[in-house]
Design a binder for this molecule. Structure first.
Ligand code: MG
Length: 342
């Protein structure tokens, strides 16, 4: 079964490039396993391309679906691009295998969930009034990630206001989504450091490796790269350029490649963050099975929507993630949505 479904955002969600109110994600059920694609224009995908790619993948003559690496290699060779569609299928294979073996996916990966896997909660770009209202409403979360990168004056003003509002102890992260120039980033980083912001994510546009390297010299906080780290093949070029990477299933093409990215990043001395797009509990739960491998967890996409058709990973006090102790991904269709996914 392949079905697209419109996820409605709780509030308009703004990053440096754009603001949106909903997304059309594509769900696949393959031999009892669930997967989800969150196609984005940034990755040159749409609901239509993801659906088409998934139909093609499901109809392929594939190796034994129990042998996920074999299948992933075949699909990657034959389907170029379409990372979110490949991610959905790879997720479904993991869910399927876990269910058949009667074990949660985290057990297949061999890392037990930790008690302190705490997701950050993202505050999108908006007017200062709206952003401050969202910060106040997010008091349950121990870690906030603030989207920046549209206008430096706004960025510094809002970060000062947020720190003043949340007090000195709350953990803060910032993500500029490639929106700054080198000169702007050099002005911003000391201010963020003074405010106790733990790291800056993607300060400069994708591909500006030499400039990031220059920024990192003497930078007062670590630099994490997201748009620059798509698959494991990107990582050797980032060693020594930045301090860490953000891994997302919708960029890597699935859990299989995401795990390779973890291994390669560790070997290169890069810190690891597991992130997401705006996704339902299917894809968020899939990514959460990698959280035991991560230094930072940013899996709040399902918390930003009002009509999540699935349940899976639970988000508890402070943002602590609790992985389901069920076979496979541990995701189920919510009762109210059964007719949509029958
Ligand atoms: Mg990011």
């Amino acid at each position: 079964m392949i079905r697209s479904y419109r996820l409605q955002f709780r509030d308009p969600f703004g990053i440096s490039r754009s603001t949106g109110t909903h997304c059309d994600n594509v769900f696949v059920e393959f031999d009892g396993g669930w997967g989800e694609a969150a196609p984005t224009a940034y990755m040159r995908e749409s609901r239509a391309t993801a659906e088409k790619a998934l139909r093609r993948i499901v109809a392929m003559n594939l190796p034994d679906p129990d042998c996920i690496e074999d299948v992933e290699e075949t699909v990657r060779r034959r389907v170029k691009g379409n990372a979110s569609a490949r991610a959905a299928f790879d997720m479904a294979l993991h869910d399927r295998l876990g269910r058949r073996l009667g074990v949660p996916v985290w057990k297949l990966f061999g890392r037990a969930p930790k008690p302190d896997m705490t997701t950050s909660f993202t505050i999108g770009i908006d007017t200062p009034e709206v952003m401050m209202r969202k910060v106040a409403a997010a008091k349950n979360f121990d870690i906030l990630k603030i989207k920046l990168g549209r206008d430096l004056t706004h960025d510094l003003r809002i970060m000062r206001a947020i720190r003043a509002a949340v007090g000195p102890r709350r953990r803060l992260l910032a993500d500029a989504n490639g929106g700054w120039t080198l000169a702007e980033a050099r002005r911003a980083l000391p201010v963020l450091a003074d405010l106790g912001v733990e790291f800056i994510e993607q300060p400069l546009p994708r591909g500006a490796h030499d400039e990031v390297r220059r920024l990192k010299k003497g930078a007062p906080i670590p630099i994490m790269l997201d748009e620059d780290s798509v698959t494991a093949a990107d990582l050797p070029a980032l060693a020594g350029v930045a301090d860490g990477i953000n891994i997302k299933l919708m960029k890597s093409g699935g859990l299989t490649e995401a795990r390779r990215m973890v291994t390669v990043a560790r070997n290169l001395g890069l810190r690891v963050m597991i992130g997401c797009m705006i996704e339902s509990s299917v894809a968020i739960t899939a990514a959460a099975h990698l959280a035991p491998f991560a230094d930072y967890v940013d899996l709040d996409g399902n918390l930003l929507i009002t009509n999540d058709p699935f349940q899976g990973v639970r988000c508890e006090r402070g943002g602590r993630l609790k992985l389901p102790d069920l076979p496979g991904l541990g995701v189920r269709v919510r009762a109210d949505f059964e007719s949509d996914f029958a």
